[in-house]
Design a protein around this ligand. Structure first.
Ligand code: CA2
Length: 152
């Protein structure tokens, strides 16, 4: 293993339920960009920043909880769009709090311009911060904020 491998920051990007449909359904709400395109954007941006980006999408809460547990000792930051689990999941919040890896929460849409049930996040209180409403740019901004925080 080279010294580079030992020191490169690695970021885990987690996408929650239904985000696999991006670009194929409801483009008026979520835009026309696909999840693959967002992941490629983040890998490219990661290269510019000198970090590794590993992405996972799941429609299953337990799969995301397992991925958060597995992040220990592998990833130094988690960028997460928990999607609907934002508003429901104590399990995701507890997992993120337990591993104590820096987290940034992102949303494509401005959740505060939408239904009241989207205004509450179980994740936000244990995250460094939340970025909402900038489409795929939310992810790019979130990656920058997370990497800057880790490097401080
Ligand atoms: O704006 C966001 O990024 C959300 O996390 C998206 C979630 C929603 O439940 C949150 O309140 C805000 C929904 C993701 C569903 O993604 C779809 C993509 C294309 C078509 C249908 C759903």
């Amino acid at each position: 293993m080279s010294n580079d491998t030992l020191t490169t920051v690695s970021i885990l990007v987690l996408h929650g339920p239904n985000l696999n449909l991006l670009g194929r359904r409801e483009p008026d709400v979520y835009g026309s960009v696909t999840l693959d395109q967002i992941n490629q954007l983040l890998v490219d941006e990661g290269q510019q920043l000198g970090v590794t980006v590993v992405a996972l999408q799941s429609n299953h809460e337990g799969v995301l909880v397992d991925a958060i547990h597995d992040a220990l000792l592998k990833h130094q930051g988690i960028l997460i769009n928990p999607a609907a689990f934002t508003h429901t999941s104590v399990a995701l919040r507890d997992a993120l709090a337990a591993v104590a890896i820096p987290v940034v929460e992102v949303h494509l849409s401005n959740v505060y311009q939408r239904e009241a049930f989207r205004h509450h996040s179980f994740i936000a209180p244990i995250a460094i911060g939340q970025i909402s409403g900038f489409g795929e740019e939310s992810y790019r901004l979130g990656l920058h904020a997370l990497v800057n925080k880790i490097r401080k």
